[in-house]
Ligand binder design. Sequence first.
Ligand SMILES: *[C@@H]1O[C@H](CO)[C@@H](O)[C@H](O)[C@H]1NC(C)=O
Ligand SMILES: *[C@@H]1O[C@H](CO)[C@@H](O)[C@H](O)[C@H]1NC(C)=O
Ligand SMILES: *[C@@H]1O[C@H](CO)[C@@H](O)[C@H](O)[C@H]1NC(C)=O
Ligand SMILES: *[C@@H]1O[C@H](CO)[C@@H](O)[C@H](O)[C@H]1NC(C)=O
Ligand SMILES: *[C@@H]1O[C@H](CO)[C@@H](O)[C@H](O)[C@H]1NC(C)=O
Ligand SMILES: *[C@@H]1O[C@H](CO)[C@@H](O)[C@H](O)[C@H]1NC(C)=O
Ligand SMILES: *[C@@H]1O[C@H](CO)[C@@H](O)[C@H](O)[C@H]1NC(C)=O
Ligand SMILES: *[C@@H]1O[C@H](CO)[C@@H](O)[C@H](O)[C@H]1NC(C)=O
Ligand SMILES: *[C@@H]1O[C@H](CO)[C@@H](O)[C@H](O)[C@H]1NC(C)=O
Ligand SMILES: *[C@@H]1O[C@H](CO)[C@@H](O)[C@H](O)[C@H]1NC(C)=O
Ligand SMILES: *[C@@H]1O[C@H](CO)[C@@H](O)[C@H](O)[C@H]1NC(C)=O
Ligand SMILES: *[C@@H]1O[C@H](CO)[C@@H](O)[C@H](O)[C@H]1NC(C)=O
Length: 733
Amino acid sequence: WRTPHRLLHSLILTFSQHLQAENAPKCTNRPSTLSLSDAPYNNYFYSDCNVAAQAVVTTPQADSDLSIISPRLIVAWPAGNSGACIFFKPQNGANGTLSIELVNSTIGTPLGPVYSAGTKSNNNPSVGVQGVIRFNASAALAVPILGSIRTIRDFVEGPSILYPEIQDAIKYSSDGNGGVSLQRLWLDNVTTTNIRFQPFHNASLGSNNVGGRIELSDQTVSFDAGEYLFSADINYPQLTALEHTSVFNEASRNLTVESPGQATALSFLSYSEKLLAGAWRFLTYFGRDSMISALLLEPVLSDGKGSAMEAVIGAVLERVNRTDGTVCHEETIGDYATWSNAQENITSNAMGCDYKMIDSDYFLPILMERYFLRNPMGQNRTASFFNTSAGTINAANANLTWGSLALTNAERIMRLARPFAEKPTTENLIHLREGQVVGQWRDSTYGIGGGRIPYDVNTALVPAALRAIAALARSGMYPKHRQWATLADQYAKAWEDSTLDLFSVRIPKSQAQDLVKNYANTSFPGPDQASSIDSDVHFHALALQGNDNLSKVEVMNTDDSFRHFLLNTTHDTQLTSFLNQSANNIMRRFPAGLMTDAGMVVANPAFGDDPVYARNWTTGAYHGTVIWSWQLAMMAKGLEMQLGRCEVTSNFSVSSKTDKPLRPVPLPVPAFCTEDSVYGNVKKAYNALWDSIEANSDQLSGEVWSWVYRGGKFEVTPLGVLPAPPGIGGQTG
Ligand SMILES: *[C@@H]1O[C@H](CO)[C@@H](O)[C@H](O)[C@H]1NC(C)=O
Ligand SMILES: *[C@@H]1O[C@H](CO)[C@@H](O)[C@H](O)[C@H]1NC(C)=O
Ligand SMILES: *[C@@H]1O[C@H](CO)[C@@H](O)[C@H](O)[C@H]1NC(C)=O
Ligand SMILES: *[C@@H]1O[C@H](CO)[C@@H](O)[C@H](O)[C@H]1NC(C)=O
Ligand SMILES: *[C@@H]1O[C@H](CO)[C@@H](O)[C@H](O)[C@H]1NC(C)=O
Ligand SMILES: *[C@@H]1O[C@H](CO)[C@@H](O)[C@H](O)[C@H]1NC(C)=O
Ligand SMILES: *[C@@H]1O[C@H](CO)[C@@H](O)[C@H](O)[C@H]1NC(C)=O
Ligand SMILES: *[C@@H]1O[C@H](CO)[C@@H](O)[C@H](O)[C@H]1NC(C)=O
Ligand SMILES: *[C@@H]1O[C@H](CO)[C@@H](O)[C@H](O)[C@H]1NC(C)=O
Ligand SMILES: *[C@@H]1O[C@H](CO)[C@@H](O)[C@H](O)[C@H]1NC(C)=O
Ligand SMILES: *[C@@H]1O[C@H](CO)[C@@H](O)[C@H](O)[C@H]1NC(C)=O
Ligand SMILES: *[C@@H]1O[C@H](CO)[C@@H](O)[C@H](O)[C@H]1NC(C)=O
């Protein structure tokens, strides 16, 4: 009672904080939370039935590059692809002298929910997260960005772009309780993003403690060292989360017990409207990413109405271009949609789609075939699923069904595949779109070296999609095109057998040894591994017709995985040699091959006889000599499937009518199965890859990571902390 006023003040503060969440509709399940640390980044996820949000705190480390890493708090919501980002700087002192962290508190560990009911002008409740942030030194707010994750990304990853129409709309205010709020009305004139900081009362420090002090003068916000309650919220409609139990199928439900972290991460990304990619930087629909995830996770994902499998396929169909059947790569929604429309002088909040990728089209029939033909639950769902009306999310597809959009997509693929099937020339391969420098998963500016004709699309995705279309046609999926049942298979055979050679790169043994020695001399501080090269080196170019007059982009790579995973080819001589070279390249240590202590790198430029290769594919490039987790998974699963072909004496054919029993038919065993050296080599590569995956299990929740060579080892490091190669957009975490 010595300072009743202050005590009362802090009680009110505490009380009002709790009241906010108590207003919220009760959730039947406990909130789901997850912390992932990847210094200098700390990620925290919170979701319950009212809100899903992620907070990311970046704080400089002793070895951080201070031109890239500064103290930063981001709160990101999948809903509307929204975010609030605050950069801080030390008030007095050089960069690097301020460290920030979220701490566990009575509010949450460290995040708790924020909820307040909707208003007349906006019915949606304001939802978000709150927690306690600690500054170890006095701090100032450097840059706030409120609105879309895309706006934040444009600043963080682009040349620090800030849009005046977005920045100038931020309103700063003191709340009378010693707190400061930043608020911005979105361009839709309806939604508001709020972020507030208040001194945090730490009860264990006694009633005198009311936390640090915040000062607002004009638009300068400064903080004493100390602890603050922050809360961030938006009043934008939330997505419908798939709870843990509805992300996995029944047989795999115990994954929530066996791998609680990964299960929570997956459920944070899973909604009945769509699966999301890339928290926090993307956190919305991506066609390729969600379809590859669904293909890899199909054995464990939920199926049936309202399932994860159907969320993925439905989200893709909803966004197909109704005119030409292209699959949408990335959607533009929320504040960024309104902003993008305004750039075209259109006043509208309608979502937009980016159709520049050329690979995504092919994943769709492949995934449809897996689910609607091979999965018994999917077979049952075919009719009602494809009768679903489109247009609920993407107004551009109003008046169509998902079935008609699936047909338009298949027509596109058949149209694009025909020329090469009839005349197998380089000309007739699938090219990137005119004017685009990216088109498949290695979609950074020089990811495939400016190549016009990518390897994965042409040698794997097109033929696999054609096989799928043939099977779907046999099941009656395309009544207008019954001839596809055989025609698509004929096309597929041509694409399977006649594309690989066009990308083939063979380097005689001694020349290959010279190349890795030279690479180690100029670009890599470890051993050259030349002695492990005991035969000619064989791989397939990342792409044809690259920059710098490269007719083939001679970078060894992991894109063989697409063929292994998606195709059971029958041209035996080709298959035997293909599997053997793939196995060699996986097993040899970098720079002679792809293997490192940190995992299998997706690109190895050591065999390119031009300095541009080593310069452009580095440890700091998004698609450089770095490790991607899904590539590890696809390669491992792909090799397993190819090896599996040796075990099987009969396989199940897909029934032509869903109500007919599946009929076993004998499949020929491929020739490599009986060539001991090749079979053994593939098995060894498979085991080596799995050993390396297990050794790097801590990284597997990440999209991509890199390494530094230190003390005779490849040590894992986040990619975001390494500088991108000159002139090349990298990735910053
Ligand atoms: C400190 O970091 C900020 C943000 O990264 C940068 O703009 C500024 O130039 C740096 N200041 C110094 C003195 O390096
Ligand atoms: C705060 O943390 C930074 C980074 O660890 C450190 O350099 C600085 O000395 C710390 N400041 C204080 C006042 O402890
Ligand atoms: C409150 O203060 C105690 C004692 O200094 C400290 O250990 C604790 O971390 C603080 N709690 C919070 C939530 O900051
Ligand atoms: C915060 O609480 C969580 C959950 O109880 C715990 O795992 C974590 O270690 C705590 N963090 C700190 C810094 O104490
Ligand atoms: C929001 O309000 C402004 C000012 O009245 C108006 O110019 C603008 O068109 C409105 N935006 C939308 C998306 O309705
Ligand atoms: C989970 O289910 C699988 C397959 O049914 C079983 O092999 C495994 O032992 C189960 N794990 C747990 C923790 O129940
Ligand atoms: C859809 O495809 C048509 C035909 O290629 C094209 O003209 C149109 O711009 C595409 N729509 C969008 C939104 O890109
Ligand atoms: C939008 O309108 C402005 C002003 O009338 C004009 O200068 C600009 O070219 C227009 N932009 C587009 C994409 O039509
Ligand atoms: C499919 O539907 C049939 C008839 O409605 C039903 O008997 C069968 O159990 C269903 N199969 C699955 C896997 O749901
Ligand atoms: C859908 O049909 C309605 C009624 O015929 C029409 O007004 C509307 O323009 C159509 N929408 C699209 C996107 O074609
Ligand atoms: C390598 O990067 C440079 C930019 O630094 C670019 O001009 C060149 O085209 C790139 N070449 C390849 C093959 O990627
Ligand atoms: C290839 O064969 C394996 C082993 O029989 C099988 O598991 C897999 O589903 C087949 N893949 C395709 C694309 O048909």
